[in-house]
Structure formats: structure tokens, C-alpha cells
Write a protein that binds this ligand. Structure first.
Ligand SMILES: Nc1nc2c(c(=O)[nH]1)N[C@H]1C(S)=C(S)[C@@H](COP(=O)(O)O)O[C@H]1N2
Ligand SMILES: [Mo]
Length: 253
């Protein structure tokens, strides 16, 4: 089975489980594929948001639980020239741009990010392809970075634009979350994994951690953060690279 097919089947199964859990009768409509994924997503998001406080923390683990190796999945080294140039100097010339619906478009270097309020958390990463790993992540809280740029009142979503091209048309990996998720204390721009600089295979110089959602939300190789009112104008319009292939936008665990 191809990778995207396997990913897709796993999401269908998760969507069905969510529908069943919520006791929803969407299945009797015998819808299938992306439509049932969206039904599952609504039930899943609704159930999750009503059962848990907006600020509920994802489970955190201890050092003894760490996986011996945190594997890489998806892109493991973006071949794009601009990325390779930055990587050569340990990302000294990399800056994270924060723009879109903000009062103060901002750029921060890796050194600046490292001086900001940091959080360390040991969490489990679940990939829809059927593997999990526990890692210790350190990074700046996304809320702090957003505060520098001051989102405008019309901003509703935070979009992460990544360095890695996913096809020959130059479409790059991207992901998005809403502002609630962006302000969650465990939502961090991680620059360390297990106490070391984040390796290229896991998203150097930074990748986002969104601990209550599935692995594909955790964008690696982030170059630019854009605040928007609507996801329709970005990529295929569904809020993420995998979402544009039919996966759920709200990928709650
Ligand atoms: N830029 C980018 N981010 C990405 C991906 C990718 O291919 N490119 N893959 C996603 C998927 S499906 C998973 S499971 C995780 C894998 O993270 P890891 O490589 O640190 O294991 O990254 C996510 N973020
Ligand atoms: Mo994944």
C-alpha cells in the first residue's frame, strides 16, 4: 500500500471509531471516505472539547519512559536549496517570520527564540501510520512568539509554512491550528529534542509540538508563521498538506 493510502485508511478507521464513540448515526448514511472523516472529526472535536477543559494538558512522562530513538517520518532532510544553505551554518542565518494578520510583522532568530520563556515536556507522539515515540522537547511557547507580533482581532488561525517541497510543483508542507490551540501551554516551537539541538531528521531548526493532536500536525522545518482569518486561501484550502489529501484538520488523540 502506498504511504498516502495507508495514512488515509488509518484516518478512516480513526474517524469511524470517533463516530462510534460519540454514538452518532452518521454511518447509516453510508457515506465513506473524506465525508465520513469530516463527520468523525466533528464528533471527535465536539466530544473532546466538551469532555476536557480548553487548557487540559496532554499526559507527560518521565525520563525513564523516553524512547531510545525518536524516529523520523515524512521528510527527513529537505533537499530544497534555501534550506540546505541555512543548515550548512547550523541555521545561524535562519529567521522565523511571523506575519499576516498581526500588528507588528516580526522576525526572530534561533538565538532570540532560545532567550524566550522556554518549556520542557516529555510526551508521546502518535503517528497515524501506527507508531508512537516518547521524546523530551524544549522550546519557546508559541503564545510568547505570537505576543511579539500581536495578532489582530480578525486572526483566527495560525499557519506553519515549512521548508520541504512535497511535489514537483513546489507545494510545501504546511499545517494550521486555531488560536486556542496556539495559546495552550504545551504548544511550543521546539528547538531541542532529548536535551540536544533538534536534529534535521526531526525538523531543525524548529518544529511545533501540539501535544493533544496527531503526529502530522507537528510541522517540522518551520520557516514562516502566518495568521489568517480563513484557511481557504492557503494550499488546497483544508488547513494542511495531509488535510488536503482528506485527513481531519482537528486530529485529536
Ligand atoms: N515539514 C514536515 N513536517 C512534518 C512531516 C513532513 O513530512 N514534513 N511529517 C509529519 C508526520 S506524518 C509525522 S508523524 C511527524 C514525524 O516527526 P518525526 O520525523 O520527528 O518523527 O512529522 C510531521 N511533520
Ligand atoms: Mo505521521
Amino acid at each position: 500500500m502506498s504511504k498516502s493510502r495507508r495514512h488515509f485508511v488509518m484516518r478512516v478507521l480513526a474517524g469511524l471509531a470517533a463516530v462510534a464513540l460519540a454514538g452518532c448515526d452518521a454511518i447509516t448514511n453510508s457515506s465513506w471516505g473524506p465525508k465520513i472523516l469530516r463527520n468523525g472529526e466533528r464528533a471527535n472535536r465536539g466530544a473532546q472539547r466538551s469532555l476536557t477543559a480548553k487548557s487540559a494538558l496532554a499526559q507527560e512522562f518521565s525520563e525513564a519512559d523516553l524512547s531510545p530513538d525518536f524516529r523520523s517520518n515524512g521528510t527527513s532532510n529537505p533537499s530544497d536549496d534555501d534550506y540546505q544553505r541555512l543548515a550548512k551554518d547550523q541555521f545561524r542565518d535562519w529567521t522565523l517570520k511571523v506575519e499576516g494578520l498581526v500588528r507588528t510583522p516580526t522576525q526572530v532568530s534561533l538565538a532570540q527564540l532560545r532567550t524566550m520563556k522556554a518549556r520542557t515536556q516529555i510526551t508521546r507522539h502518535d503517528c497515524v501510520e501506527g507508531w508512537s515515540a516518547i521524546g523530551k522537547w524544549t522550546g519557546a511557547q508559541l503564545s510568547e512568539v505570537l505576543a511579539l507580533a500581536q495578532p489582530q482581532p480578525t486572526a483566527r488561525y495560525v499557519v506553519f509554512h515549512c521548508a520541504d517541497a512535497m511535489d514537483n510543483d513546489g507545494n510545501r508542507y504546511y499545517e494550521s491550528i486555531d488560536l486556542d490551540e496556539a495559546h495552550h501551554p504545551q504548544t511550543i516551537l521546539a528547538y531541542e529534542l532529548n536535551g540536544e539541538a533538534l536534529p534535521i531528521k526531526n525538523g531543525a531548526p524548529i518544529r511545533v509540538r501540539i501535544e493533544r493532536q496527531l503526529g502530522y500536525k507537528m510541522a517540522k522545518y518551520i520557516m514562516r508563521i502566518e495568521l489568517v482569518a480563513d484557511l481557504k486561501g492557503i494550499g488546497g484550502g483544508n488547513g494542511g498538506y495531509w488535510e488536503d489529501q482528506g485527513y481531519e484538520w482537528y486530529a485529536g488523540i
